[in-house]
Design a protein around this ligand. Structure first.
Ligand code: PMV
Length: 327
């Protein structure tokens, strides 16, 4: 039996634009997904999953993604959770050259599902490392990152960048531009996260931006403007200029709103954070619902979000320099 864990992440800058080759800077945070894997003596998968936004469920099936598990939670949540686990298992079977390996798998996550904090990348990266280790194979963090990206591509039908998976596998602040992935030095960043209790549909949101960009020049220009902003953000990160990082996060949120991926709940959390004196605030991840990230060293933003109707949960987070690891 092997347990591996991997961190979630926030996007400091660049989500959506990264899908079209612009750079993005995600940062791993100290909230992790843990995946425990034990090989079975048949080729079935049994998946038990629990996270912040689920009461927990167990499914057992014959290792096929099209199996229809009989469980008492919404089918889309089950598909979301098991889709990434299935894809991770497929990568591990391939890496360890064990195409018929079956597993009992337990997923425990401190990261809400589909809320822009990289739960799927964390579960996928931890699942790949745990399952390959259980089969006696050893992968480096960058090999896990690459396989986790292939898994996300398969689940998200081609709509994925390397940003989430590379960040979760290697930890820390990273810069991703197309296939070029590298780690960045970063100062301490006082992240405050607000969660509206909901989730966005990453595939649909990415497809929406793609359509907008194909139809309107302003949308293509907005994507390019996000790329410019990220380059400024990298310089501010290198200089340790947290005030400028905050300002650029505000601009980035505005540009994401222009692309139609914000939501009333996200905008009201962003404004509550700004009114409370945060250095900056923006949605993180695909949008449509889920989480915002703000920078604030004081307690003010957390307090404002705690009392904001529509914000279900708020917590502080720190940059986590530890990527995927065996526990
Ligand atoms: O919401 P998340 O954590 O799945 O992040 C999605 C980020 C996008 O840039 C919208 C898509 C991607 O794969 O980069």
């Amino acid at each position: 039996m092997v347990t591996a864990s991997a961190p979630g992440k926030v996007y400091l800058f660049g989500e959506h634009a990264v899908v079209y080759g612009e750079p993005a800077v995600p940062c791993a945070i100290d909230r992790r997904a843990r995946v425990t894997v034990e090989e079975r003596d048949d080729d079935h998968l049994r998946v038990h999953a629990e996270d912040l936004s689920l009461d927990g469920f167990t499914v057992e099936y014959g290792g096929r993604t099209d199996a229809n598990p009989d469980v008492d939670v919404s089918q889309s949540l089950v598909e979301a959770a098991t889709g990434y686990v299935d894809a991770a298992v497929a990568q591990a079977r391939d890496a360890a050259d064990a195409p018929r390996a079956g597993f009992d798998i337990t997923v425990e996550s401190e990261i809400p599902l589909g809320a822009g904090l990289g739960s799927s990348a964390a579960v996928t990266a931890a699942g790949i490392l745990a399952a390959t280790r259980e089969l006696g194979a050893d992968l480096s963090a960058t090999e896990v990152a690459d396989r986790a990206y292939q898994a996300e591509l398969a689940v998200q039908e081609g709509n994925a960048s390397r940003a989430d998976t590379f960040c979760s596998a290697t930890g820390g602040a990273v810069r991703v531009e197309g296939d070029d992935c590298r780690s960045l030095d970063a100062p301490e960043l006082p992240f405050v996260i607000g969660f509206d209790g909901g989730a966005g549909d990453t595939g649909a949101l990415v497809a929406g931006v793609r359509e907008l960009k194909d139809e309107y020049d302003f949308a293509a220009d907005t994507v390019a403007a996000i790329g410019d902003l990220v380059r400024n953000g990298e310089a501010a990160l290198g200089a340790g200029d947290v005030a400028e990082l905050g300002q650029l996060m505000d601009f980035n949120h505005g540009l994401l709103s222009a692309l139609g991926v914000s939501a009333r709940s996200l905008d009201s959390m962003v404004w509550a954070a700004r009114d409370a004196g945060a250095l900056g605030a923006k949605l993180t991840g695909a949008g449509g619902g889920g989480c915002v990230v703000a920078l604030d060293e004081s307690e003010e933003t957390e307090t404002a979000l705690r009392y904001l109707p529509g914000c279900e949960e708020t917590f502080r987070a720190e940059l986590d320099i530890q990527g995927v690891r065996v526990e």
